[in-house]
Design a protein. Structure first.
Ligand SMILES: [Zn+2]
Length: 183
């Protein structure tokens, strides 16, 4: 897939106030940003996301991230109508696909496709590290179970992360071990 001549996509700069909205996962780095519609398509080492803000009659609202696609669960990027790049989850976990109009969708699709193998490796490493932590956690859990049996108050309920399996607080938005979103 060759970009059309004279339309090479240049990286765009994110405004500093938009960085906060990204809420980076520990160890995550932004690889590229492309201007689109009301914001940016952002490619990081772990995910792809749309960063934009709603406009209302009298004011522009805060930056928000929606949708985002974790690169462990992603289809090969597609170009739609020669104008939009689509980055869609491979299997349905309730996330929407990203469809962004960008200046050069073919080179954007190509660049995202090139980033996916690295991202999968990064997620695999996070999962392996999180599983090691899970073993350590299970030992602590056994100690808590013993304490409970002895009449000590119960800890916050936990559910397994759907990606790495590590227990996470039922109220958490994101797995503290690997960074995957809560189910
Ligand atoms: Zn996890």
């Amino acid at each position: 897939m060759e970009p059309p001549p004279g339309q090479a996509t240049r990286p765009d700069q994110l405004p500093p106030e938009a960085w906060r909205a990204i809420d980076p996962i520990a160890g995550e780095v932004v690889r590229r940003c492309w201007r689109t519609g009301r914001g940016f398509l952002v490619l990081t080492t772990l995910r792809c996301l749309l960063l934009w803000r709603r406009r209302e009659l009298l004011r522009t609202k805060e930056w928000e991230v929606s949708p985002e696609v974790m690169l462990y669960n992603v289809q090969p990027p597609r170009v739609l109508f020669g104008r939009f790049v689509e980055i869609a989850p491979a299997y349905d976990e309730g996330e929407a696909a990203i469809r962004a109009g960008v200046q050069d969708p073919y080179s954007v699709a190509e660049e995202v496709a090139e980033a996916i193998p690295d991202a999968r490796r990064a997620w695999d490493q996070r999962r392996a590290a999180a599983q090691a932590e899970f073993e350590a956690h299970r030992k602590r859990h056994d100690a808590i179970a013993a304490a409970l049996a002895a009449g000590v108050p119960a800890p916050v309920p936990r559910v397994p992360c759907r990606y790495c399996g590590n227990p996470m607080p039922i109220t958490a938005r994101r797995c503290p071990s690997c960074g995957a979103p809560a189910g």
